[in-house]
Design a protein around this ligand. Structure first.
Ligand code: XMP
Length: 527
């Protein structure tokens, strides 16, 4: 989007994505570029303002991340944050020195100058600091805007619309941080609040239409929200020239194969080829207990099945003369992927120019003359933005709010060997967990909640009968991103109904235990 973007130059802080998200919360489009991005790459985005992120280095480190200092001469509103402030001061003729001690954590700063960054903010701010170096001499034209204790906490040259803060306004601990960023983005940069789901949908559909022309596309559906939203956007652009592939790998949740097809076909109008390859997967998994081997087998089979189907679909289309050709006479088709923005940012490193974005692992063996080009309609979006777009395009809530489900499915939740009987037992137990968690109104609050089948049989008694059956573990975790997680203190009533329903209704399980391990040291999945 031209003339409406905020460019964030990433100097390697762990909070850079957070800055991007805050800006987008004001409905302003933001792009994170590695600090090494060329001046031309910055200008190409036609930004209305620049934010220089924090970073772990000192400006004097030999390997300190460097941006082209000419970025400070673009005559654009600029906000330096933490390392960004030091970078700014250092390159505009000020002086930065290592502080005696590192300032880390909550701090209080006093605003000394009523500049536009502090409009409607109190004069004393609670902020979150994390820095070693400090600015001691100001560049020409700058004045002190805020102080913390004896150190400079903010400097500004209002005539050039250049501002810098030593703290991190993007983290929640900085109480008035959002208001400060809003002042910068909306008032100082004058960025239009036009980054809305409707705008995104409209421009994305239009650009896919241009990109694909009369070509055809295929898309692998996982049942989750990302691939579904990506598919719907492409379908809006090219209609039935998109074919979606949904594979039953034999370790889906109960009724999921049918449910996903129903949702995708009937509710979203997608053209879905459903492939029931469960026998093929379960045959390959027969007798395998090692977790990594299970994952490898499932990954490999998935690629094989997807390739077969994609090749078959494209061959059919070729036979009907529906595939377009490039200048060398090769058929051109597109592969839709649900790549999200965090993946895109992660694959472009701070230390060097961006590495190639992950190529799709599902197109291993497609015939040479079928050149699948990638369309990644969600590569500008964060997960919550995907959900908002999904809601706008009428995605059913059960797809939008679905808890994450691992690619290898129930296979990593059946410890030991995977047999059709064990899959069915776990599907039934897992179904009870889902139902009870939903009934208790907890499903959306919990990152993941599920059952795990243990290869442990214990003795029980039901009626007058002795039983000897499997044990099932229940796992429920809260998490932000799956990297760390805490077990959920489920109400006893919910645990009680889950346990009693599983033991009574699921043939093959006579004991239920609850997993109270956080991550780390545990992982979320058991395998
Ligand atoms: P762990 O078990 O590593 O899981 O704590 C972290 C998150 O990742 C999911 N997960 C996977 N997702 N393919 C996936 O698509 C996989 O092989 C896979 N393994 C784990 C897991 O469900 C959790 O949300």
């Amino acid at each position: 989007m031209s003339g409406s973007t905020i460019v964030i130059l990433d100097f390697g802080a762990q909070y850079t994505q957070l800055i991007a998200r805050r800006v987008r919360e004001f409905q302003v489009f933001s792009v994170v570029l590695p600090c090494t991005a060329s001046l031309d790459a910055v200008k190409a985005l036609d930004p209305v303002g620049i934010i220089l992120s924090g970073g772990p280095s000192s400006v004097y480190d030999t390997d300190a991340p460097k941006a082209d200092p000419a970025v400070l001469q673009l005559d654009l509103p600029t906000l330096g944050i933490c390392y960004g402030m030091q970078f700014m001061a250092h390159h505009l003729g000020g002086r930065v020195v290592p502080s005696g001690k590192r300032e880390y954590g909550d701090a209080s700063v006093v605003v000394k100058q009523a500049n536009r960054l502090f409009t409607d903010l109190p004069t004393e701010l609670n902020v979150w600091m994390s820095h070693g170096d400090s600015v001691v001499d100001l560049p020409t034209g700058f004045s002190v805007a805020a102080e913390s204790g004896s150190a400079l906490a903010s400097i500004a040259d209002e005539s050039r619309r250049m501002y810098a803060v030593q703290w991190h306004p993007e983290v929640a601990h900085s109480k008035q941080g959002t208001a400060l960023l809003r002042n910068f983005v909306l008032n100082i940069c004058g960025a239009p609040a036009s980054w809305t789901p409707e705008h995104f949908i409209h421009t994305t559909v239009e650009s896919i239409r241009q990109q694909v022309g009369t070509g055809r596309a295929i898309c692998g559906l996982s049942g989750g929200v990302d691939s579904a939203v990506a598919a719907v956007l492409v379908q809006r652009a090219i209609g039935d020239r998109l074919t979606c592939i949904f594979v039953n790998n034999g370790v889906l949740r109960k009724s999921e194969f049918e449910q996903v097809q129903r949702n995708m076909r009937e509710k979203l109008g997608l053209n879905v080829v459903a492939v029931d390859a469960s026998e093929r997967f379960l045959t390959q998994l027969n007798g395998v207990s090692d977790p990594e081997t299970k994952r490898k087998i499932i990954g490999r089979e998935f690629i094989a099945v997807f390739d077969d189907e994609a090749a078959r679909i494209l061959k059919d289309e070729e036979a009907k003369g529906e595939l377009t050709h490039d200048s060398s006479g090769n058929e051109v088709a597109w592969l839709v992927q649900g790549t999200l923005y965090p993946d895109v940012i992660e694959s472009s490193s701070v230390k060097g120019p961006s590495q190639t974005i992950k190529s799709h692992h599902n197109v291993g063996g497609l015939p040479e003359n079928m050149k699948l080009k990638l369309i990644e309609p969600l590569r500008d979006l964060f997960k919550d933005e995907v959900r908002r777009v999904g809601r706008d395009i009428g995605m059913p809530e059960e797809v939008l709010e679905r808890q994450p489900f691992p690619g290898p499915g129930l296979a990593v939740r059946i410890l030991g060997e995977i047999t059709p009987e064990r899959v069915e037992i776990l599907q039934n137990a897992d179904d009870v967990v889902s139902q009870e968690i939903k009934k208790a109104g907890l499903y959306r609050q919990i990152w993941q909640s599920f059952a795990v089948l243990l290869p442990v049989k214990t003795v029980g008694v039901m009626g007058d009968q002795r039983t000897y059956a499997y044990t099932c573990a229940i796992r429920a975790v809260h998490s932000e991103d799956g990297m760390t997680a805490d077990w959920v203190p489920l109400p006893y009533e919910v645990l009680r109904s889950i346990s009693s329903r599983i033991v009574n209704e699921v043939h093959g399980i006579n004991r239920v235990v609850y997993d109270i391990t956080s991550k780390p040291p545990g992982t979320i999945e058991w395998e």
